[in-house]
Structures are given as structure tokens and as C-alpha cells.
Design a protein around this ligand. Sequence first.
Ligand code: ATP
Length: 224
Amino acid sequence: MSLNITQLDVSIEKIGILRDINLTIPGGEMASLIGHNGAGKTTLIKAIMGLLPATAGKIEFKGENLTRHASYSRARMGISYMPEDRRLIPELTVTENMLMPAWANKIKDGEERLKWIYSLMPEIADFGERKALQLSGGQQKLVALGRALIPGRELILLDEPFEGVAPVLAKRLTSVIADLRGEGLTVLIAESDDTHSADLVDATWRIERGSVSAGREHASASMD
Ligand code: ATP
């Protein structure tokens, strides 16, 4: 299912942050959104997720204009987001953290999804009964990705997934994200540079001062 954003404006506290954003990701493809700190990546992801309202324009997914749907309803449509900070609940176990979005969004097949996620990332299953606070930062990132995959069965938005992650775990995250392609998910990866995502994505979008400044570009072309 493709994501089509047209003429999207987003303001925070009446200050225009995003202007006239036009961006498309065909269903089952991966795209990156590259921009410096403060360029507007998180704002765009939150607007797609419904955590910030659109002041103009459309965000269409599965033929629906998402701007008419509340955030929980977008989650139930299969859209999810991995925040830049991990936001795990430290006192809960890994499994409890993973199932939290299923409980919060009344997703019925959470346990089934959990099994699928554990098959993608068996290392998480190994520490499923540990409290989140007992994990390293990199392990917590993997759990945060797993948790996002509970509702995110169609479209997943990853906000700086590699930020602050040691190289060995960044490599692991890259391979898990690459596996998502085989599972048919549509993926948007926000990053400050394309070090980690260049080989993963079908297209790169650049965002600068609240505007998507360059259009679609095939990753294979940029590597020539
Ligand atoms: P970073 O990686 O640093 O988070 P980003 O590209 O994700 O960068 P955003 O967090 O989307 O950028 O921020 C875009 C702009 O919106 C910045 O100029 C930021 O200062 C501003 N902004 C974000 N949140 C707020 C807020 N709550 N109130 C006012 N301005 C905000």
C-alpha cells in the first residue's frame, strides 16, 4: 500500500514547521528521509502518525486520507512509529513492553505478531523476561523496533534508528530492516545522513528547513 503525501503543511504552536510537503512511497518499498537536525524529520513522522495535526494537505494510505483519523485509528490501520528515543518502560519486561501497543490500540493478534517478531529477531526472545532497564542501549533499540512492528504491519516509520548505536548493532538493525522488505512492509527511515540507509532504500528524499528539497532518487542510481 503506497503512502502519498500532498501539499502537507504542519504547524506547531502556530509556527509553520513543514511547508508544501509532497512525498510518495510505493507500497512495499523503502525510502529514506535525510536532513540535518531541526530540518523537520520528526515533525513529518509525527504528522503521518497523527501525533501532530496537518494544517493543510493530505496524507493518503490505503486509499484513505489519514488526516481524518486519530492516531490510534492509524495504528489500527497498520501504521507505526519507532521514536528517536527508545521510550521503553524500564520496569516492565521486554515482552510486556513489546505487547504494550497491542493492549493500547486493542490489536487482537498481538501475541501472534510477537511470535513473528521473535522469529525476525530471535535475540529479543532470549531476553524477553528481563526488565527493559537491564538491557544495553543497542538491545533497547532492537526492542523498540520490535515493539513498533506490533501495530506496524503495513507502514513503519523509523526515526533515526541508527542514532547512538554501536556498529555491530547498527549492522544487525540494518539486516532486520532489510528483512522487512521480504515481509512486504512499506518503510520510511529518517536519518541525518545516509550512511546506514543508502544500501537499503529504493529512494531518498531530502528535507531542509521544513521542505522536501529533492524528489525521488533511486538508490541504485546514486551508487553508480
Ligand atoms: P532532530 O533530529 O534534531 O529531531 P528533525 O529533523 O527531526 O531534527 P524536528 O524535530 O522535526 O526536526 O524539528 C523541526 C523544527 O521544528 C525545528 O526547528 C524545531 O525547533 C521545531 N520544533 C519541533 N518541536 C517543536 C515544539 N514543540 N515547539 C516549537 N518548535 C518545535
